[in-house]
Every structure is written in C-alpha cells, then in structure tokens.
Design a protein around this ligand. Structure first.
Ligand code: SAM
Length: 472
C-alpha cells in the first residue's frame, strides 16, 4: 500500500521542494525501509512543482516505465521523462540501476552505466541533484559496485550523502555461487545522491583515483558460514550508558558486539581490540566466555576499562600505541577475532557538532586525547587513512589465518564534503585482507536536525558501517 502523499506547501523561500517541515525532516534520515513507492520521496524532495521563474519542475526517471506504477499524483505533477534526448533542462534525475544489475552476470557494466548517467546529468541545471539506486554486489573480482560508481561520478559531480534503503525481505541479485565462509545477506540498496556544480577542476580532496580491483582470493570454508548474524542491516538501540563510561566520547554497545563475537569465535578463544577505549568489546568477549585482549592509548580509558572487570585472568589490556603491537609481550601471539572501531578521523575536534556542544556543556571530554600518536588528531585525510592502514596491517599479522576482523566506522562529512571513510578504508586494506561485506547498524533513537532546511540536502547520518574482512 502506498503512503499518503504529503500536503504540499508553496513557500517561496524553499528553494528545494514544496514539502512541509515534518516531511523534510523525515527524508533527512540516512536510512529508510524501502518500498516501491520510495521513488516518490526522492522526486518530491528534490524538485518543486513550480519554480519562482514560473517553470514546471522536470525530472528524468530511468526507467520511467518501471517506476511509473509506484508514482503518486503529487509526483506525476512534475514533468517526467526518460528520454535522454529530450531538449529541456532537468531539475532532477533518478537512475534505478537495480534491474540492470539483476540481468545475467556479464551484461552489466559500471562504465556503461556511468556514461549514461554523465550524459543525462550534463542536462541538469546547476546545483540540482541526481540519485542512483544501486546494489553493492561484488561480482567476480569487481570492486563493490555502489562504491566504484560513486568514485567515477565524483570526478565530475559533488558526492552528497548516501541513503541506505533497507529491504524487509531478502532478495539477491548475485547469481554466482555463494563464496565460502561468512558473508552478509543482500538486503540493502544504496541511494547515492550527487549535485551538479560548476567546477573548474576535479575536486581536490576526493576522489582522485578510481578503486583498484578487489583481489579474487579463494577462502576455505571455516565452520562459521552458517553463523547467525548475517543481516545486512539492523536497528540497534544501545542501553543507556553508565556514569563512568559516558566519559568516553564514542563507546560502542556490548550487546551488539557480543553478536559478532558469537558468530566468529568459540568459547575460550581470544578476541582482540587494538583501540579498546573503555573496553566494550573486551567486556563483551568475557560475557561470551571468550578471552579478551586489547590496546588503548589513553591511560584514563585504560583505567576505566580495568575498573569494569573483576577477574583479570582472561583479560589483557595494554596501555600504548597499537602501531607498536609487535613489542607488547603481554599480548597473546595469535588472536582468533578482532572487532574494533577507530576514531572517525578528527571529527570529534570539529566545532559546532551538536553532540559536542552538549558534551561541552556537561563538562565531558570531547575528544580522545592530545597525544600525537592518537589517530583522532591527524587532520589530513589521506595521512589518516594511511596510518590506519598501517595499524591494521600490524593487527592482521597476529590474527589467526582464516579468521575475521570487523571494523565499525562511519562515512564522514566535513565542511560540506563527504569523505567515504568506510569505502576508502576497505580499498586500503585489500592488499592483506579479503573484504567479506558490509552490514549497517541503523540508529532510530537519535533526534533529527533540519540541516540545510529549504536550500540544500544534508542528511543526518544515522547508520554505521560494520565492515568484515577475512585473513587468508
Ligand atoms: C572509537 S574509539 C573506541 C571506542 C571503544 N570501542 C569503546 O567502546 O569504548 C577509538 C579509540 O582509539 C583510541 N586510539 C586512538 N589512536 C590510538 C592508537 N594509536 N593506539 C591505540 N589506541 C588509539 C582512542 O583513545 C579511542 O579510545
């Protein structure tokens, strides 16, 4: 059943659309439960029925024939087309690549898709948007499709926030036999949003280069293939944080981590976290009857973590720099699983972030430390990725062969530019780890903020990537 179309408001100050504030706010959430009628939300967010100069809003839908049955009357009031040779300039374009991806493997080409999109997007008015709906399927040794396409398109268009479309029923468009070992299910569609801007040159920061191929490495079955936690998206509401651990700016919830630990390890095996913070992953490991080891740079967090355990027999937490892992003799020679979350670049040092203001008002610590070895203090993005890569290279050396590593991270937004940290990190780790797929931790317990209201699309990023890799 289609949701009722929003009541439109003619507001001359609203340059983007005719949506009332409530609907604007809803669209700003970076993930949503997908249905065929979701197309209406995109058309109605990114176009006005009539612009101040009197023209009617025009949208290109690829392919209109397939999308038409789901369009409501409000969307149909836009001038819709899927003729790429039509003469009028466009206010919006939407490309549904999912059916093309479901064609027999070999007939879908990212390069051909990018060419088609570039051709149509050239007809967009300046500062107008387009969206591509695409799965991240990895066919043979191809790089993840959604990330790869983004990199190609971002050479000419400004990559804005992605929205993650979460499918309630499982569908797979990957025809290949499933790879051995663990992999997530396939119930996600990326909705990638771009803006056409006048540019003299390629963007200075991101992305200068297209990703390389992901190596096609074979992985032996390992007994975890039927592990229970394969959902590619899930909503998780962490319990309220206790008074102690709230001192840490970005702690993750033990009950979520426990699901991963149960999927990837057996009792008494070693779980490692090279950036342990308040020790959440290590506590989760103990709760699951595993042994826990880790490293944390900030002595205050180490003290906090140690305070949280009674029996330290199965617990080894070193205060130090995870880059020096090889020199810490206290740690086991090999561990069986690693789950961790790095600083999200230097985002905690960004002024103006809503949560940062609240923490300041409450007199709480806003960043991890002033230590120069702290990765959260590196301000150059490329150097940050390179440092992180080096740390994970050291970490991977002591991960038992065939075993897994999960990294929880977010794509970040700084001064209006998206830095796809999750994607770039994955490409950086492919020399020594095999990427097994992403899962999304979706948050629905945060308050939406009306960023960019009436003039621009800026989402509230309420999804974290949980990236899982395997060591060969
Ligand atoms: C996202 S937080 C981890 C939070 C942790 N998972 C928890 O639940 O408490 C990242 C942590 O990495 C630590 N860190 C940053 N650079 C480090 C380094 N070079 N070596 C070890 N730890 C580091 C920070 O002090 C911070 O506690």
């Amino acid at each position: 059943m289609q949701a009722a179309a929003p009541k439109l408001v003619v507001d001359p100050k609203n340059r983007m659309n005719d949506l009332p504030g409530r609907n604007w706010l809803q669209f700003q959430k970076s993930w949503f439960v997908y249905s065929a009628s979701s197309i209406n939300d995109f058309v109605q967010f990114f176009t006005k029925i009539e612009y101040p100069d009197g023209r009617r809003g025009t949208a290109y839908l690829w392919s209109l024939e397939k999308l038409a049955p789901a369009l409501d009357d409000t969307s149909k009031e836009r001038l819709l087309t899927d003729d790429r040779h039509a003469v009028f300039p466009l206010d919006y374009a939407f490309f549904d690549a999912v059916p093309a991806q479901a064609e027999p493997s070999g007939s879908f080409s990212i390069d051909a898709l990018a060419k088609h999109i570039e051709e149509v997007a050239a007809r967009l008015r300046n500062n107008m948007y387009f969206t591509v709906a695409i799965r991240n399927s990895r066919i043979d040794s191809q790089p993840p499709a959604a990330w790869h396409l983004s990199k190609i398109l971002a050479r000419h268009f400004l990559l804005k926030d992605e929205k993650i479309g979460c499918l309630e029923t499982l569908e797979s468009c990957v025809e290949n036999a499933p790879v051995p070992g663990w992999q997530p299910d396939d119930s996600i569609i990326y909705f990638l949003n771009f803006r056409k801007e006048i540019r003299d040159e390629q963007p200075a920061v991101y992305p200068a280069s297209a990703p390389g191929q992901l190596d096609k490495k074979s992985v032996e079955g390992d007994g975890f293939a039927t592990g229970p936690f394969r959902e590619s998206w899930f909503v998780h509401r962490p319990p309220r944080r206790s008074k102690d651990v709230i001192l840490h700016p970005a702690k993750f919830p033990e009950d979520l981590i426990a699901k991963y630990i149960r999927t990837f390890t057996k009792e008494q095996e070693w779980v490692f976290d090279p950036m342990a913070g308040t020790g959440s992953s290590l506590i989760a490991a103990l709760d699951c009857d595993r042994r826990a080891c880790g490293i944390e740079l900030n002595p205050d967090f180490v003290a906090l973590a140690n305070k949280r355990v009674e029996d330290t027999h199965t617990w080894k937490l070193v205060e130090g720099d995870s880059k020096s892992l090889a020199s810490y003799d206290d740690l086991p020679e090999f561990y069986d699983y690693c789950i961790t979350s790095p600083p999200y670049w230097d985002m905690l040092r960004m002024r103006g972030a809503e949560t940062q203001k609240k923490r300041k008002d409450q007199g709480l610590q806003r960043w991890y430390s002033d230590d120069e070895r702290d990765l959260g203090n590196i301000d150059d993005y490329e150097s940050f990725i390179a440092e992180l890569r080096d740390i994970y290279a050291v970490v991977a050396k002591r991960l038992r062969p065939g075993r897994y590593l999960t990294i929880i991270v977010k794509n970040v937004k700084k001064k209006g530019v998206i830095y796809p940290l999750a994607w770039d990190l994955t490409f950086a780790l492919q020399d020594f780890l095999v990427f097994k797929g992403e899962q999304f931790w979706c948050q629905d317990d945060q308050r939406l903020a009306p960023f960019g209201y009436r003039y621009s699309w800026v989402s509230n990023t309420f999804h974290h990537y949980c990236l899982t890799f395997q060591k060969l």
